[in-house]
Every structure is written in structure tokens, then in C-alpha cells.
Write a protein of this length. Structure first.
Length: 368
């Protein structure tokens, strides 16, 4: 009897620890502090009580758990699901776009990434997936734009890309073994790179407006942080600029840019820019930068092109459409593969998909 009581106590303690860990993760994913969460709960529970929940010293009742799930935008099941593996991200590096990303936003992106990757890598282990990644690693030290250009040419050579447009950058990176995932985040976040369990991770923002051109550029920008070695004499700003050069050169090879844009230009008509964008999947500003870098336009023309671009408010809704999905599919495909091979159950598949069992069964029903 005493032994059974001890087992029950240990089980309860373990469940409390799981709940505590998952509550911390869910709060960080929502970008909330303890006080902010207490405020959203309408002061039904104090910051101090929430802190005790996160330490595993107390556990809320079912009504409060339901409210927490609604506020933190997770299912109730999330709080009690224990990942098969726990991971830590290493060598994390954020791409800052227009403003400095807040610490709470960084924490949210990291927690969301960990949540996805624990399920992703856990499923890979469950199906005993054996892969040999073809990571691009450039051994020469990058000191200037010419070096970044050379690195882009080397990547195209090693990956047999020739001089053709890349149909889908995200698919290409997944095919080479990179773990590419998307997270819902604010416009201050564009991308992040990290390492986990000897795997290279690229995290992208989930664009709800279908901005695939920006996503292509960001994915290659993060690839450069994985692949290139920069001189210690460079500032962070200089390194970021060289990552831009690399990404642009991968998207629009020097030989093709010079052939199509020709030498010495003083103006580009919008229609020509649209045609370049729709063929190569590169934005107008990136085309301007590419033309300046290759000596096709001078600084004066470059400034005028950018001023005209902003004055006409083209940055708000840039014309031209590049037809590509640019969406990670490897994880989702693996879920359906494992379910079809009966390696995992429907309940397991729902967990890996980050959905409730009811939501996942409804998805299956709609496909039937």
C-alpha cells in the first residue's frame, strides 16, 4: 500500500513538472511576462501563484488551465504532452530587419522553434530516418564583396544549379538536409539560424501575405550564416551586408544579370523589373543592389531608383509575382508517411502536427 502511494506521488510530481515546463514554454511563445499573463487572466491569479505553477510547486484547477490554454493559444493537451526528446538550440543568430527585435520576441521565436523541432526530430527518430545532409561549407575567409560573390558561385557549382533560376529555395534547402521551419512572429523578425543535434536549422517568419520573394532571400541569408566564415576585422553590419551580397548572387548569378540587364544603365522601367522578378524571384531593391554591385548602374542612379521606388510606394505592394510555394513540407510529409506506414497512431500524428486529436481527425475526414 505504501509502495502504491509512493508511485502515485511520484507520478503526480512528474505531471506537475511536465505542466510547469510546458506552461513556461507556452508563456514565452506568447511573448508574455508573468505579470502580463496575470493581467490577461484578469487578476484571477497572482504573478506569485503563476510563478509557483512554473516551478512545479502548485498546479491550477481545470477551469484555470482552460483559461490559460485560451490566452496562450495552445490546446489543453499541450500542457500535459511530454516530448520524446528535449533539445537546446546552439549558435543561435537572428537576422534583424528594420529595428532591433525585442528580447521577448526573441524568446518567443526560440520557444516556438524548440516546440516544432522537438516534434520534428522526435518523429525522425521514431521512423528511424537515415539521411546524409549535403551542407554547403565554404572554407575561405570572407573579407569583402568579391569573396561573397565567389562563395555564391561555388554553391551554384557544388549544387549543380548552373545559371538557371532556383524554382524553390526552401525546397532546395530541405532536399540538402537543412531543417527549415516557419514560426508566426512579428514583422521585426525575418529569420534565424541555429544548430541542434548536429543538424543545421533555418527558421523563417510565416508570411500571411505570400511574400515568397522576401522569404527566398531570407532563407539564403540565413544559409550564409551557416556556411561562411567572416574575417574578425569585419563589424556585424559589414557581415550582414556580405550576407546580402551572397544571397543576391545565389538568386541572380553575375553572368545572367550582366547578360539581361546589360552594362551601363541610367534607368529601369517597371515592366523590366517585374520581368526580372518573375523569372528570378528577386525583389526590386535587390535588383538595384545587384546592378550597383556589378557596375551596371552608378551610385547616383542607384539613389534615384530607390527614391522613386519609395516615392511611388511600391514597397507597400511590389508589382510582379514569382510563382513558388517556398514553404517547408518535410515535417508534414513525414507525419503522413509515418501514419500511413502505421509507425505512429492518429493520436501520435495529432501531437506531431501540433493539433488536438479532434482537429486532426477532422482534417482526415475532410480529405476522405
Amino acid at each position: 500500500m505504501v509502495y502504491i502511494l509512493y508511485i502515485c506521488q511520484q507520478t503526480r510530481k512528474a505531471m506537475n513538472n511536465i505542466f510547469a515546463h510546458r506552461l513556461i514554454a507556452a508563456r514565452k511563445m506568447a511573448g508574455l511576462s508573468l505579470q502580463s499573463l496575470a493581467d490577461k487572466l484578469g487578476n484571477v491569479v497572482t504573478k506569485q501563484s503563476l510563478n509557483k505553477y512554473e516551478q512545479g510547486k502548485m498546479k491550477p484547477d481545470s477551469t484555470l488551465i482552460l483559461r490559460l490554454a485560451n490566452i496562450l493559444n495552445v490546446s489543453v493537451d499541450y500542457f500535459f504532452a511530454s516530448p520524446e526528446i528535449e533539445i537546446r538550440l546552439a549558435n543561435v543568430d537572428f537576422r534583424k530587419y528594420s529595428s532591433k527585435i525585442k528580447k521577448s520576441e526573441e524568446d518567443a521565436v526560440i520557444e516556438k522553434s524548440i516546440d516544432i523541432l522537438e516534434r520534428f526530430i522526435g518523429l525522425e527518430k521514431a521512423v528511424n530516418l537515415q539521411e546524409s545532409p549535403e551542407y554547403f561549407e565554404y572554407s575561405k575567409i570572407i573579407t569583402n564583396e568579391n569573396d561573397a560573390e565567389d562563395a555564391a558561385k561555388e554553391l551554384r557549382k557544388l549544387w549543380n544549379l548552373g545559371y538557371d533560376p532556383i524554382p524553390d529555395v526552401v525546397k532546395m534547402l530541405e532536399d540538402k538536409g537543412y531543417l527549415v521551419i516557419e514560426v508566426d512572429a512579428s514583422k521585426d523578425f525575418d529569420g534565424m539560424k541555429a544548430d541542434v543535434e548536429n543538424k543545421k536549422v533555418i527558421v523563417l517568419r510565416q508570411y500571411h501575405n505570400g511574400d515568397v520573394v522576401r522569404k527566398r532571400f531570407t532563407a539564403l541569408h540565413e544559409l550564409s550564416h551557416h556556411s561562411l566564415l567572416f574575417s574578425d576585422n569585419l563589424s556585424e553590419k559589414e557581415k550582414e551586408k556580405l550576407c546580402h551580397v551572397f544571397a543576391s548572387a545565389v538568386l541572380y548569378p553575375e553572368e545572367m544579370a550582366i547578360k539581361e540587364l546589360h552594362q551601363v544603365r541610367f534607368h529601369f522601367y517597371q515592366k523590366e523589373l517585374e520581368m526580372v522578378k518573375e523569372r528570378w524571384g528577386i525583389s526590386f531593391p535587390a535588383i538595384f543592389n545587384r546592378a550597383l554591385r556589378l557596375g551596371i548602374i552608378n551610385d547616383y542612379v542607384y539613389r534615384n531608383l530607390n527614391m522613386d521606388y519609395r516615392a511611388r510606394r511600391l514597397h507597400l505592394n511590389e508589382p510582379g509575382t514569382f510563382l513558388s510555394k517556398e514553404k517547408p513540407v518535410k515535417f508534414e510529409r513525414l507525419i503522413w508517411f509515418a501514419l500511413g506506414k502505421e509507425i505512429i497512431s492518429v493520436n501520435d500524428a495529432a501531437f506531431y502536427a501540433g493539433k488536438s486529436v479532434w482537429e486532426f481527425r477532422e482534417q482526415i475526414h475532410q480529405m476522405a
